[in-house]
Write a protein that binds this ligand. Structure first.
Ligand code: PLP
Length: 526
């Protein structure tokens, strides 16, 4: 009998082999990396009741996620519809058909330069509307994609020990952002490097044709959390393919071109930072590319092959410039908007990377940051106790975690408040479908704010509110208000809110036990 909510039959294929390439350089060599997030997203879809027995999985993919979904679909009796494009090679196409997948190839970019990825998503939306019981794993926006990589991060720590630098290709953002977030819980100084390609808009290049599949793209996925990255490198296809051959010829690893790209950057970083432990992510094997990257005739048609290939990156001033070869940029854990506006470029160039993340000029805010809180973090917040008279007014952490487990992660965002590497509290922000009835759609609401008893009296409640407002300003530019409901009997919370800049709106909500005042902060004029 199948256990449909624990789809572990292919589990042995999920994790990579860890290969030592030189003293401090390790390759995490996956058979098919996407099996890990695919299985996790499907399992969670079943748990939430979105994916029903015999239902249809619909996704946009040009390769590896599609194959992973197809393998899981046959194991567990689901149908699969894939919307893909030119980059789906004929062998994979045949294999997917053999696995019973319905494939539609979208062949032209849409009107107004909307790009082929957007066209794929538009077509996918039509399938989702037409097919009853259809489920969209949504790798670009589903928080379960990055979350799936907790298991990989755990394995890396077990096998490598201290990790100083993680390098990998970025497509949906799931693997690099997820793994980095998990690793930073243990190694806060971890240096994260994204590998992209010219003409991909993910890290600020002007849009153009991207000649490789798997990394980069014409839309910026929600799962690309730019603030995770210290450095970004762009490699031309010829440079990636050279890295792929070097990985094969020098180490015997027969991998795909995005692995070659990660290897080229990781090998350089490891040589220029001796004594550091570096892990490079290699997402898939080379078999798919036998007739392309591993074929000399095909390679000879690639622009720049084999003469225009850099052996080290050229440091660039701005990601928006035209790139003719391997280039690198100090991203310094900034948002895309900050990089585009040139914000804090100076501090980035001269200061350590951690200072770049601090959004505050006051001393109080220095060393403070938000980190994502997931329902796996119960032990991380176990020390945040409150006095009994405060507990009365807030949900116990177990209830918060239960809600997090059951709510779509795209509309509820839970954060740890971290001050000088210590977790001092947490809160949850809600938007769109998760908004309470008293909040207008233009607002984001603040809930479950908890600052541990032993950390109170240091201004951390105020700090948490400011960090929440900062997150909204950076991540939700269309939102104009942050709102909160405070139990009329909770004098301390009311004072905290007022001293943080909230003002009464005059509205009252009846609340579960007693009435709540609705307070609001108007964010900067939009
Ligand atoms: C071959 C290959 N490499 C790298 C990536 C990028 O991984 P992620 O989507 O986790 O950013 C993908 C994503 O599809 C891929 O197929």
């Amino acid at each position: 009998m199948f256990n449909r909510s624990a789809m572990r039959n292919l589990e042995d294929f999920e994790l990579p082999r860890i290969v030592r390439l030189n003293d401090g350089l390790f390759g995490a060599s996956f058979f098919l990396m996407k099996l890990l997030p695919a299985r996790f997203m499907l399992e969670r879809g079943v748990e939430h009741g979105f994916l029903k027995p015999g239902g249809t999985i619909c996704e946009s993919s040009s390769g590896t996620l599609g194959l992973a979904l197809a393998m899981l679909a046959v194991q567990y009796g689901y149908k699969l519809v894939l919307v893909s494009d030119w980059s789906l090679d004929r062998h994979l196409h045949k294999r997917l058909v053999e696995l019973g997948t319905h494939i539609e190839i979208v062949d032209e970019a849409g009107p107004g330069g909307r790009g082929i990825q957007q066209r794929r998503l538009d077509r996918l939306a039509e399938y989702l509307k037409e097919i009853p019981d259809s489920f969209w794993p949504a790798q670009y926006s589903n928080n379960d994609n990055p979350l799936a990589y907790g298991k990989f991060a755990e394995m890396l720590v077990e096998r490598v020990g201290k990790i100083d630098c993680l390098i990998g290709p970025v497509g949906s953002g799931g693997s690099m952002c997820g793994t980095t977030k998990f690793l930073r819980a243990i190694f806060p100084e971890l240096h994260a490097i994204s590998v992209d390609t010219p003409n991909s808009i993910l890290f600020g290049q002007p849009a153009g044709k991207v000649m490789v599949s798997g990394l980069g793209g014409g839309i910026v996925p929600f799962n690309v959390d730019h603030r995770q990255f210290d450095e970004v490198h762009w490699l031309t296809p010829a440079e990636m393919f050279q890295g792929t051959h070097r990985l094969h010829q020098g180490h015997g690893l027969f991998m795909g071109p995005t692995s070659g790209a990660a290897y080229k950057v990781a090998d350089w970083w490891s040589r220029t930072n001796p004594g550091k432990n570096v892990v490079a992510i290699f997402p898939d094997e080379g078999h798919r590319y036998v007739e392309s990257v591993y074929d000399e005739n095909w390679l000879s048609s690639v622009p720049g092959w084999p003469t225009s290939i850099r052996d080290e990156p050229m440091m660039i001033e701005t990601p928006a410039m035209e790139l003719t070869g391997w280039s690198s940029y100090r991203w310094c854990r900034r948002t895309l908007a900050e990089v585009r506006s040139g914000l804090k470029d100076q501090s980035c160039a001269s200061n350590s990377k951690r200072e770049c993340t601090s959004a505050f000029s006051s001393d109080e805010g220095r060393g403070a940051a938000l980190k994502a809180l997931t329902h796996f973090d119960a032990t991380t917040v176990a020390h945040l106790e409150l006095d009994p008279e405060q507990e009365e007014f807030v949900d116990p952490p177990a209830v918060v975690f239960e809600k997090l487990r059951n709510s779509p992660s795209s509309v509820e965002h839970a954060f740890l408040v971290v001050v000088r590497e210590q977790v001092v509290g947490f809160f949850v922000l809600c938007e769109k479908a998760a908004l309470p009835a008293w909040a207008p759609p233009s607002a984001i609401t603040l809930h479950n704010l908890r600052i541990g008893r032993s950390y109170q009296g240091n201004g951390y409640g105020k700090l948490a509110t400011r960090l929440a407002a900062q997150w909204i300003l950076e991540s939700r530019p269309s939102i104009s208000r942050i709102m909160v409901a405070v139990d009329v009997r909770n004098i301390a919370a009311r004072q905290l809110c007022l001293s943080s800049g909230f003002q009464g709106t005059g509205a009252v909500d009846c609340g579960r036990v007693s009435p709540h005042n609705i307070l609001s902060i108007q964010l900067a004029e939009r």
